[in-house]
Design a protein around this ligand. Structure first.
Ligand SMILES: Nc1ncnc2c1ncn2[C@@H]1O[C@H](COP(=O)(O)OP(=O)(O)O)[C@@H](O)[C@H]1O
Ligand SMILES: [Mg+2]
Length: 356
């Protein structure tokens, strides 16, 4: 378990106007619990404080106040040698890979083992083992400059894992990679998480990364956690506008362009149809909902848009339907009572042709 308790980080920065120094709060009272063996994503815009936060986990950055616990060890209380020992159990990977350019792939992966004083033959076995896990074993004699971005990050991952850490920290590890390579590196991180059972904390500015591999997530904005929970919950019930904005890039807007010209009214009027957007996930299938409504209420249902995506491997869908008939408000009440996220788009005159 990784526990952050009331973490704040204040930098002293130069004030542009006065020329003097002033305090800048990069993190404000951040508290998070990260379950053992989970993949935890922290997302936020550039400058939100993500790198500062993840560096507080292994004390590359010391919080101004608050406590950090990794496996019940209070990192914030350690210093010097104790901290160096504790850090061995926390691997880290970076956007810019941070490989040693004068060393081969073998030399890069062996580096942390050399620092720990491993014997030559144990070291060779371990480097080969971990290189094969990340599928870079064919490149052990090459230098970083001879590798593609994806291969460099595989070396970075191998080096981070060499000491058998319990925790892997990833600071935008896929941000310098193309979409295809990003997918393969994310798949590798997911495999490692499953095979080795280590806890992964990753920070990113891309919702797609969260969607692909994370179990839980937090949204960081101006140094504060503004939203937190399971990825399914945050994706299906985002509360903050920052979250909704970031989600709009990964969850395709289900409203067809032809809707833009329509006058939706929030209030019902004579001869109007009720247009709704439903979000559902997991095993909650669409068909029972629709047939249920048709059976229970005197309504006609028209499906305008249906879209299904996946969060990790869980289906996540959006449906836009239009209800007409006497009991459409009763049907709406019924849906609100169920475990469904229902958003009223509005009432629109029935004669309007909506099909796009
Ligand atoms: N060492 C530092 N000194 C002063 N300000 C810093 C320092 N490190 C980061 N900052 C500031 O803190 C804020 C958060 O930075 P960072 O954690 O790198 O954000 P992110 O990784 O989300 O882009 C930024 O405004 C950045 O300029
Ligand atoms: Mg950063």
């Amino acid at each position: 378990m990784i526990r952050l308790r009331g973490i704040s980080k204040v930098y002293s920065i130069k004030d542009a106007e006065s020329g003097g120094m002033r305090d800048f709060h990069a993190l404000r009272d951040v508290s998070l619990d990260i379950e053992d063996g989970s993949i935890y994503g922290i997302i936020g815009r550039s400058g939100a404080g993500k790198s500062t936060l993840i560096r507080c986990v292994n004390m590359l950055e010391r919080p101004t106040s608050g406590q950090v616990f990794v496996n019940d060890m209070e990192m914030t209380s350690l210093s010097g040698a104790e901290l160096r020992t504790a850090r061995r159990k926390i691997g880290m990977i970076f956007q810019s890979f941070n490989l040693l350019v004068n060393r081969t792939v073998y030399g890069n992966i062996a580096f942390p083992l050399e620092l720990e004083g491993w014997g030559k033959s144990d070291m060779r076995d371990r480097v080969r083992e971990i290189a094969s896990l990340v599928e870079i074993d064919g490149k052990l004699d090459q230098y970083p400059a001879q590798l593609s971005g994806g291969q460099k990050q595989r070396v970075g991952i191998a080096r981070a894992l060499a000491n058998r850490p319990d925790v892997l920290l990833s600071d935008e590890a896929t941000s310098a990679l193309d979409p295809q390579t990003t997918k393969s590196v994310l798949r590798l991180i997911r495999d490692i998480n499953e095979k080795l059972g280590l806890t992964v904390v990753l920070i990113t500015h891309e919702m797609n990364v969260i969607k692909e591999i994370c179990h839980s997530m937090a949204v960081l904005e101006s140094g504060q956690v503004v939203e937190e929970g399971s990825v399914l919950n945050v994706f299906t019930r985002p509360e903050k506008s920052a979250t909704k904005e970031m989600l709009s890039h990964v969850i395709h807007s289900p409203l067809p362009e032809s809707f833009a010209d329509l006058q939706f009214s929030k209030a019902p009027f004579q001869g109007a149809d009720l247009t709704l957007q439903l979000s559902f996930f997991g095993t909650l299938a669409t068909r029972p909902i629709i047939s249920d409504l048709a059976r229970k209420f005197n309504v006609d249902i028209n499906i305008l848009v249906a879209h299904i995506d996946h969060i990790r491997s869980t289906p996540f869908g959006t449906l836009v339907i239009q209800l007409s008939g006497e009991e459409k408000e009763a049907a709406l009440e019924y849906m609100l009572d169920m475990k469904l996220k229902v958003e009223v788009i509005g009432y629109v005159a029935r004669s309007v042709e909506l099909a796009s």
